[in-house]
Ligand binder design. Structure first.
Ligand code: PLP
Length: 413
């Protein structure tokens, strides 16, 4: 099928050495970028250069390679700040990933501010990383958690019921669901939180890698994302926080780098964002993430989003023709992120994923760290195919063929 791609995908794929390998004698078809993306040569090269050419600790040395490492680490922060349109790089805290970023807000803000009976508002479509930290805080403080429901048929939040939720102190929600694919109306949810004098926190793990995200336009107070889902290294991520909030918060962890002075009786804190970066940070990771941001900027986030939308539409069109196919979430590609979770009749998701692997196709099967979504969908597991800038329309066709082959094996015809 000759579909015109909006990106020069062949050229992009040339930057990813992994795509030249074979799996079981077949070319690798990687459809699991929602779990972790692949890395282009440029990112690996930036990390290699750090380790081979100026490896040293940051912020401490007066010697030249340490100054260089510090400059590159802080330059990466500025790139990321521009990428999400933060007002200043002081609003970009390096953490390990989305999970740590959300825990940071939970422990450094909510644990200190919330009292018994205070309400935390989440949605039913959260990843465990945006549920469990709040449950821990609720256990500690006596706060209550309420969940905005989603409609199990179209996978969208029931925003017409939003005004039932009042007097909450914090609203934390996912920008794009890692199972349903639903892209939430972040601006509307943030506005609702602020009208209720609550803070708005966004889990943007599935958004920042795939679309233009502008924190000033959205108006959120905090936003979390992971480097490894956006072509960057593992073990590095970002918490964006409005500067006034970061300033007033207490540190999350104590130790080197986050201090100004330490006395035996007490300590004082460094300025933001370093106040939240205790210990030796992931210097290589931050520099690699800076290179990933350069790469994404060069291609253009609008074009990446259009390409993924076109792949998603193609997959939805093909999947609809497969007997026994059940797709979860919105059926319009424009309303969803580039990922599709599905089931085929009663084939177990793990069996299906194993059969697809025999054709060199990597998809994820299970609850995708979102058990409450699966409980509501009344299925223990789904198979999920997720797309990124390096995927092709031919791969969607190969995936469809492979699913049909698996269905035949299970005598679903
Ligand atoms: N939130 C969402 C929506 C995700 O998809 C993920 C990862 O799958 C996370 C949070 C957790 O990200 P990490 O494991 O990088 O901390």
């Amino acid at each position: 099928m000759g579909r015109v791609s909006l990106l020069n995908v062949d050229e992009i794929r040339g930057d990813f050495p992994i795509f030249s390998r074979q799996v079981g004698g077949r070319p690798l078809i990687y459809l699991d970028s929602a779990a972790t993306s692949q890395r282009p040569r440029q990112v690996v090269e930036a990390v290699r250069r750090y380790y081979e050419e100026y490896n040293s600790n940051v912020h401490r040395g007066v010697y030249s390679i340490s100054v260089e490492a510090t400059e590159e680490y802080e330059r990466a922060r500025r790139k990321i700040s521009r990428f999400i349109n933060a007002k200043s790089e002081r609003e970009v805290v390096f953490v390990r990933g989305t999970t740590e970023a959300l825990n940071l807000v939970a422990y450094a803000w909510a644990l200190r501010k919330l009292r018994k009976g205070d309400k935390i508002l989440l949605t039913e479509m959260e990843h465990h990383s945006n549920i469990v930290p709040w449950q821990l805080i609720a256990q500690h403080t006596g706060a209550e958690i309420n969940y905005i429901p989603f409609n199990r048929y179209d996978g969208k939040l029931e925003l017409d019921k939003l005004d039932r939720y009042k007097d909450f102190k914090i609203l934390s929600f996912t920008y794009a669901s890692n199972v349903l694919g639903t892209i939430n109306d972040a601006k509307r949810l943030v506005k609702y939180a602020h009208e209720n004098n609550a803070l708005a926190v966004i889990d943007a793990a599935q958004a920042v890698p795939h679309m233009r995200v502008d924190v000033q336009e959205i108006g959120c107070d905090f936003l979390a994302f992971s480097g490894h889902k956006m072509l960057g290294p593992t073990g590095i991520g970002v918490l964006y926080g409005r500067r006034e909030l970061l300033e007033e918060m207490q540190p999350f962890m104590g130790g080197g780098e986050m201090i100004r002075e330490v006395h035996l009786s007490h300590s004082t804190w460094n300025e933001v964002p370093w106040k939240f970066e205790a210990g030796t940070p992931n210097v290589a990771g931050a520099i690699g993430l800076g290179a990933a941001v350069d790469y994404l900027e060069r291609i253009g986030m609008e074009r990446i989003r259009e390409h993924e939308e076109s792949l998603t539409k193609h997959a939805l069109d093909e999947f609809e023709k497969i007997k026994g196919m059940r797709i979860y979430g919105p059926l319009e590609a424009g309303e969803r992120a580039g990922l599709i979770a599905f089931n085929v009749a009663d084939i177990h998701a793990h069996d299906l994923a194993t059969l697809l692997d025999e054709d060199g196709i990597c998809v994820r099967a299970g609850h995708h760290c979102a058990m409450p979504i699966h409980t509501k969908l009344e299925t223990p597991a789904t198979t999920r195919a997720s797309f990124y800038l390096y995927n092709t329309h031919e791969e969607i066709e190969r995936l469809t063929e492979s699913i049909k082959k698996a269905a035949k094996k299970f005598k679903i015809t």
